[in-house]
Design a protein around this ligand. Structure first.
Ligand code: NDP
Ligand code: HSE
Length: 438
């Protein structure tokens, strides 16, 4: 059979990795796909970089529009990132009847509804395995492997850069800035690394996973998002002393009142497998009603791991290319006209447990005052540690772990505690999850 023609737009980290994997494993990939998959056109702003990569017979251009308009191209692979140009190119490719593969989670989380609707209308596929958790086939697992289940919750370490920074700070004592620079050098970070460290990238990925898991529209604007930039080495150390590790977690959970959708640093018991996921590795735990808890682990960023996911999509799209569009797996797992309007739970209504660090004067009654504030709001303390004051210091750190409480009550408690006369510093609050099988 005639090979399928691919136009690759963007040959940076992921584009380069995709090309390398496709070249190296061409023979096996052809045997799997049932026909050859050939990159016949490459576009990149940096023409020289594209020329160096391209094999014989590959057309190279600096103008990506030439790829999406080329009638010989069957599949367009968008790997430039960003919202504006990438969106225009994808919509144009769809309009020209081409299938699209993208790793652009930012674009899908914000404009996925429009893009999938356009693809549905045109009868083409938009595949995006690489958009969530790099090389881990989590989209495939959620959309197909777990399709029998009513998904209860998903918790994931889904930003490689943040996890890499946290691991380097804890294990090697690197500063935040040094660790971030290394992540950038290794090609893990987004073009704007604040997306990684402020939790925005994880929120994009969580939006996509929640949509597939619960059959709800993409609602990126409703994700509660808090990054790792304010975490201190003291909190990382205190958490360890208490048997917990701090991870940037994306969490979505079905509750009777609505769906939780949140990204924030989280204390996880060190005995959990997911707490031991280090460096650029990602891990996602999915709890289904029938299967129970399942865990997916692998490289969350980088050239070839992400290229692996892009090539998997290439094989899938090639296999399904000639199938009747009605018989394909829906983009977001659920039939597009059967999405649910289950509300997203406001963060104030979310219930979880908390780590609180309070800096207080080492005076009688300081602890009792704090305990009273918590008790008045029905917040129960699970564990508490008071640190020895340093030589000559009059202030001490008190660390408290609470039982589950509603976020708005904790907010009120923190506001009241801050006003206590014995308080000398700010109150640090980090959420805590047990992530058991329940
Ligand atoms: P890079 O910056 O490494 O690569 C992007 C490439 O596209 C660059 O060569 C860039 O050129 C080129 N480019 C940008 N705009 C245009 C344009 N308008 N026309 C032609 N070429 C263009 O990014 P990554 O490979 O890291 O990321 C690509 C996508 O994959 C993003 O959506 C990202 O979020 C996603 N992703 C990245 C992962 C990773 O590990 N890096 C993992 C999973 C997803 P120039 O350098 O001149 O700007
Ligand atoms: N910047 C992203 C990360 C790339 O660090 O996880 C993979 O999506």
């Amino acid at each position: 059979m005639k090979p399928i023609n691919v136009g690759l737009i963007g040959v940076g980290t992921v584009g380069g990795g995709t090309y390398a994997v496709l070249e190296r494993n061409q023979e096996e990939i052809t045997r799997r796909a049932g026909r050859g998959i050939v990159v016949s056109m490459i576009a990149d702003r940096d023409l020289e970089k594209a020329r160096q990569l391209a094999g014989e017979g590959v057309t190279v251009t600096a103008d990506a529009n030439e790829v999406v308009s080329n009638p010989d191209i069957d599949i367009v692979v968008e790997l430039i990132g960003g919202y504006t140009v990438a969106k225009e190119l994808i919509l144009k490719a769809i309009d020209n009847g081409k299938h699209v593969i993208t790793a652009n989670k930012a674009l899908l989380a914000s404009h996925g509804t429009e893009i999938f609707a356009a693809a549905q209308k045109k009868g083409v596929m938009v595949a995006f395995e690489a958009a969530v958790a790099g090389g881990i086939p989590i989209i495939k697992a959620l959309r197909e492997g777990l399709t029998a289940n009513r998904i209860e919750w998903i918790a994931g370490i889904i930003n490689g850069t943040s996890n890499f920074i946290l691991s380097e700070m804890r294990d090697k004592g690197l500063t935040f800035d040094t660790a971030l620079k290394q992540a950038q050098k290794l090609g893990y970070a987004e073009a704007d690394p604040t997306f990684d460290i402020e939790g925005i990238d994880a929120a994009h990925k969580l939006t996509i996973m929640a949509s597939i898991a619960f059959g709800i529209p993409m609602q990126f604007e409703k994700v509660y998002t808090e990054g790792i930039a304010k975490l201190t080495r003291e909190d990382i150390r205190y958490a360890e002393e208490l048997g917990y590790r701090i991870k940037l977690l994306g969490l979505t959970r079905r509750t009777p009142k609505g769906i939780e959708l949140r990204v924030h640093p989280t204390l996880i018991p060190t005995r959990r497998l997911i707490a031991n996921v280090e460096g650029v590795m990602n891990a996602v735990v999915v709890k289904g009603d029938a299967v129970g808890a399942t865990l997916y682990y692998g490289a969350g960023a980088g050239a070839e791991p992400t290229g692996s996911a892009v090539v998997a999509d290439l094989v899938d799209v090639t296999r399904m290319h000639t199938a009747d569009p009605k018989h394909r797996v829906p983009h977001l797992a659920f039939q597009p006209d059967l999405l649910s309007d289950t509300p997203i739970l406001p963060m104030e209504e979310v219930e979880t447990s908390y780590y609180l660090r309070l800096r207080v004067l080492d005076k009688p009654g300081a602890l009792a005052d704090i305990a009273r504030v918590l008790a008045d709001l029905g917040i129960s303390i699970e564990a508490m540690v008071q640190k020895e004051p340093s030589e000559g210091e009059e202030q001490v750190d008190i660390i408290m772990l609470t039982h589950r409480a509603v976020e708005k009550n904790i907010n009120t408690a923190i506001a009241r505690i801050k006003k206590l006369p014995t308080m000398t510093g700010k109150v640090t609050r980090i959420r805590m999850e047990q992530l058991g099988g329940k």
